[in-house]
Every structure is written in C-alpha cells, then in structure tokens.
Design a protein around this ligand. Structure first.
Ligand code: DX5
Ligand code: ZN
Length: 225
C-alpha cells in the first residue's frame, strides 16, 4: 500500500484550555488534517477529560473533521450526543465494547466514520472479523489515559501487521501516544498514515507552527515498508 499523504491529528488534550479555540485555529492554519479529541471517563482509564460539550465548542472553532477517541466504558448510549456535537469520526475501544459490531454500525448510522482503538496489549488479530466494517484502526502506542507518555517500541510490529491485514481496504491506520520528531518516522515506516500528536505539538518551548513544521520534516520522504 502507498500512502499519498500522512495526516496529522493534533490532540487537544495537550492544548491550553483557557484558549482552546485559538489553539485549534492555529492547528488549522498550519495544516492539521483532523482535530483529535480524547474523551476519558475515569473508569476505562484512570483520568477524566472532556465530553460532548467540548466537542461542540471545538466544532464551532474549526471546519476540520473532529476525530473523537472514546476511552470510556459503555459508549453506545453517548454516541448520538457526540455525533450531534459535531464529531465526524468516532473511535471506540475494542476492550470496552462487548457488542462491537453493533456499536460500529450505530456510529455509521449516525453518519460518522467508525474506528476501533486497541490498547498496547491487544493483539492485531482481534480485529480480523471486524475489519470490513472499519474506517480507521487506532493503534495505541502508549497505555491510554494521559498525554506526554513514552512511545512503546513494541507496538511497531503490530502496526506493520495491521498494515498487512488492511491490504487494499480503505481503512486509515492511526497511531496515538508518544508521537514526536523522534518516533514519527518509525511509525510511518511501519505503515501508519495518521499521526495523533499532543505534547509534541502543544509545547511551552515552541509554537504550534514550529512543532508542525518539525513533525512534517520528520516524516517527509518516509514510506511504509
Ligand atoms: C492518550 C491519548 C492521546 C494523547 C497523546 O490516552 O489518547 O491522544 O493525548 O498525547 P501525546 O502525543 O502527548 O502522547
Ligand atoms: Zn487519543
């Protein structure tokens, strides 16, 4: 498979929430492709972050697709709220969905692209039956729950394996956690074509524009192997 274009999805989890609209606008101005929204419930993961209210605010701040990553148990009853709030893409966790097929069909019925996220310990093969229903596979390259964690090298083999499983299917392969100028090239070489980036983009040390420029430079001319 060839990837015409590596897409960057800034994770607003690392943004300055006192000026969220501005930060989203900065991302859009410097060529971000999607805006990634990390929803955590304090149950599936130890942390609590944001819900449909923030998705709705983000929706008013940008025309970019909102890529909503639900790190929550029992997501089914909230899918409609997130779709109404402006989510264009919704990913649920494999580990949190006992009726995954139904959940994915529900996401699609709401008019959103449907994705499944898998934790670092979840084998790629768990996706084999569900793959034809997916628009995106979201491979967690850290344990979900917090921004700013260290990339888990062992996930590279799984990214490669999922790239092979995807074959010619029209499925995006998104990676999430610890993606920065050091790790971006290796995930792209392994087959990822959407990079979620939080702390490496929203930093005290440089602007979003500089962060984006460095990331794009890091993956320029990298091809999946
Ligand atoms: C982790 C979240 C990630 C996180 C990425 O649970 O799903 O999206 O915000 O942040 P960084 O890029 O800082 O690892
Ligand atoms: Zn995420």
């Amino acid at each position: 498979m060839t990837h015409a274009h590596i897409r960057i999805a800034p994770s607003i989890l690392a943004a300055d929430f006192t000026r969220l609209g501005e930060q989203i606008a900065e991302c859009e101005a410097v060529g971000a492709d999607w805006i990634h929204v990390d929803v955590m419930d304090g149950r599936f993961v130890p942390n609590i972050t944001m819900g449909p209210l923030v998705v709705e605010a983000a929706h008013r701040a940008t025309r970019l697709p909102l890529d909503v990553h639900l790190m929550i148990v029992e997501p089914d009853h909230l899918l409609d709220s997130f779709a109404q709030a402006g989510a264009r893409r919704i990913s649920v966790h494999w580990e949190a969905c006992p009726n995954l097929d139904r959940t994915l069909r529900q996401i699609k019925a709401l008019g959103c692209a449907a994705g499944v996220a898998i934790n670092p310990h979840t084998p790629a093969l768990m996706l084999s039956e569900i793959l034809p229903l997916l628009d995106v596979v979201l491979v967690m390259t850290v344990n979900p729950g917090f921004g700013g964690q260290t990339f888990i090298e062992g996930t590279l083999a799984k990214i490669r394996q999922i790239r092979t499983m995807i074959g010619a299917l029209p499925i995006d392969l998104e990676v999430d956690g610890g993606i920065n100028v050091e790790t971006a090239a290796s995930v792209v070489e392994a087959g990822a074509d959407v990079l979620v980036v939080g702390s490496a983009l929203f930093s005290q040390h440089h602007s979003v524009a500089v962060g984006m420029e460095r990331l794009k430079a890091a993956v320029a001319n990298k091809k999946p192997v």
